[in-house]
Design a binder for this molecule. Structure first.
Ligand SMILES: NC(=O)c1ccc[n+]([C@@H]2O[C@H](COP(=O)([O-])OP(=O)(O)OC[C@H]3O[C@@H](n4cnc5c(N)ncnc54)[C@H](OP(=O)(O)O)[C@@H]3O)[C@@H](O)[C@H]2O)c1
Length: 227
């Protein structure tokens, strides 16, 4: 049984990860709202990762940082504060969480960290300047820490394409938008949270013991194929 800390397990991808991991692991969830379920293996802390002090947890084997943002605007409409806010929630929150739990992670069992980027780092897309900049920071953090912690903690990131969660609700708000999104992807689909949770399940397991400092595109062909 691993001790898994999920920052942001109340909704979206984090919630799918939490559901998958609960039966066989001890899960500590940190988010502002409470997850929809209770379970003997689940401990929840209601707090804001940017504003509040993170709780002490005696044993941590895995840290998964899910909070993120989708701020899509032309550069002329993006304020400097938009860039700052995206950097805060995507990068600074992750750094704060890693610094808090690294001492216990270093003593953990097959320890690893999973962070979240986006396909918009590799694929230039209009209106993504702020989020792509912040997530490029997440990718740099992944590679740098992967090297720094090479013998003790594995560090990887997943770069998903659009995934059906509360974060993307405005982009997938009706059937026509969903059909357009399917058409945009060479493999004619977009992501559901469970598919991303499956990748996390692999990356935190012993099956991925040889893998660190890597960014995994889950893109239904969006970045990698031109058909
Ligand atoms: N969905 C997509 O299309 C998509 C695409 C590419 C990349 N991503 C990335 O994938 C990751 C997960 O996305 P998602 O769609 O699952 O997001 P989501 O539905 O917005 O869920 C984010 C989770 O983080 C928590 N959270 C947010 N801000 C927080 C804060 N200040 N303090 C504590 N907890 C906080 C939220 O809980 P509370 O609100 O209860 O605090 C929630 O549990 C993000 O990094 C996102 O950038 C998503």
């Amino acid at each position: 049984m691993r001790n898994i800390v999920i920052i942001g397990g109340s909704k979206g991808i984090g919630s799918a990860i939490l559901l998958q991991q609960l039966e066989t692991n001890r899960v500590y969830n940190i988010s502002r709202s409470v997850p929809k379920l209770t379970h003997p293996n689940l401990t929840h802390f209601s707090l804001d990762v940017l504003k509040d002090e993170l709780p002490d947890i005696a044993e941590v084997d895995t840290l998964i940082y899910c909070p993120g943002s989708i701020t899509l605007k032309p550069i002329s409409n993006l304020s400097v504060d938009n860039f700052r806010n995206d950097f805060e929630i995507n990068v600074v929150g992750a750094v704060k969480s890693i610094q808090k739990y690294l001492p216990v992670l270093k003593r953990g069992y097959e320890s690893s960290i999973v962070l979240f980027s986006t396909v918009a780092v590799k694929l230039g897309m209009p209106f993504h300047a702020s989020i792509a900049t912040a997530k490029a920071g997440v990718e740099g953090l992944t590679k740098s820490l992967g090297a720094e912690l090479a013998t003790v903690v594995r560090v990887n990131a997943i770069a998903p394409t659009i995934t059906e969660t509360s974060l993307s609700a405005s982009i997938l708000r009706n059937d026509r938008m969903k059909e357009n999104m399917v058409e945009r992807h060479p493999m004619k689909n977009y992501l559901k949270p469970d598919e991303v949770a499956n990748m996390v399940d692999f990356l935190i397991s012993e099956k991925a013991n040889s893998i660190s400092g890597q960014i995994f595109e889950m893109d239904y062909g969006l970045v990698n194929f031109k058909i």
